[in-house]
Design a protein around this ligand. Sequence first.
Ligand code: ARG
Length: 562
Amino acid sequence: MNYRQQFAEKIHSHLEGMVDVNEIISLIEEPKYSTHGDLAFPCFTLARKLKKSPQQIAADLSEKINAPFLEKTVPEGPYLNGFLNKESVSRQVIQQINEKQGNYGSFSIGNGKTITLDFSSPNIAKPFSMGHLRSTVIGNAIANISEKCGYKVVRINHLGDWGTQFGKLITAYKLWGSEEKVRENPIKELFHLYVTFHEKAEKQPDLEDKARSWFKQLEAGNEEASQLWKWFREESLKEFAKIYGLLDIQFDSYDGEAFYNDKMDAVIQVLKAKDLLSVSDGAEVVDLTDENMPPCLIRKKDGATLYATRDLAAALYRRKTYHFEKSFYIVGQEQHLHFQQLFLVLQKMGYDWAAELKHIPFGFILKDGKKMSTRKGKVVLLEDVIKEAIDLAYKNIEAKNPSLVNKQEVAKQVGVGAIIFHDLKHERQNNIEFNLDEMLKFEGSTGLYVQYTHARGRSILRKASVKDDLNIVGLTDSHSWTVIKTLMDFPNVIEKSFQHTEPSVIARYVLNLSQEFNKYYSHVKILSDDAEQNSRLALVNSVTIVLKEGLRLLGVQAPEQL
Ligand code: ARG
């Protein structure tokens, strides 16, 4: 059903193998104006090879080419324009979507190979930040899209559960903490202790020594330190689980930084064996001067390992354990340098697969144009933000459709969907402004608008009670055709979104399809008992299938009713 390809093959068959068919495919465009057809082949590149003018080539090809899927071809200057046969094409598109259902648009380009995705990865004893929210939502969508393209995916939550901050936390807890308070409100209380530590350490530098010594003990496996660490970790994970529950996101692994504790020596041995380590100020580093980058810190003066050391161990472990073909890190752009250094060091170690590691950065979430920060104890608890979105959605439903069944469940789907969709409709590298009221609007580019369009389609289908033995005829009017062409584009959109690791491509697509469907709905009477009713219903069904699948890929649910 790939008409672009079929068109290319037709052209190819009249060129006696002078040009590769793939080259032809890559040249085919969509005409600027729909009145000029559905496909356009520019003949410039052929002109030299055939020693003819592009105009002449277009005219010649147009004479020769015909096929059932083409209504006609027309030379338009140096272009050969193809008009699809609306009747047969629309019938095929609708039939195929109704047959394949949610599998429509799936690919096998991944061939069952594995991609590991490192995303979300919040830090223990600290609030789940807006940055972690972006990583979670973008990472999950890219994982879904990769699966749709035939990859096996491993979703990894690389928890920040190790590092010198745990020495600080233990120190603070032992001086000023209370078990009860931590149990009551773990993240808030632990974070409060952490902030207090920093405030006091400014005037009391010996606190830093205490913290260092606690971290050393933790690394050495001291009983008390390990118990406290374990407890902080568990309490934090319980809190994070609430957020993942609301977002409906699961992970295959929670192996965080601590997991690599006993795996770093091996890394350091390899670095040594390859003569990559040098000493700078007493610390061991990999020098990256030749690459114009600051050195990558591997081990501190006091022997403590670092974030980068653990990431090196993690990369090796993942390669060995999952045999990934590609490995993605969905982490804010402020860590760009860290990942560049990491990839370079792995390359220097001689691992050719280092070329398959990819940092997938994203911008900040802003509030009134300013970065939303969790520093200095100003905690924005994400769980509260999500709950607020759900409450707002609930109030909207109460006001507009009080008799809806499952109001609470739908409110969750709408509230959470609004947050996710708002994030994913922007190109990930851009900063985005956070505004719940905006996100929950019925009109405009919101998740709710797409969910609403889907529910509208479902409601039409309920009223009509579609029969299974659909006798479909092609729909040829301009309103249907616009919708059908967009439906036809879904597989390309998915592929593009995967190639660019850019979920916004799909978000914008479902918005566009929604707009077109709503236009269709306002111009065409769907339920009128004529020969085309079944086909119109099948078209409506196709739209709901594709909208639902598009939203699913983004991590947004599509309620039946709103
Ligand atoms: N925990 C880190 C942070 O909050 C993110 C970890 C990202 N993943 C990684 N493999 N470094 O900044």
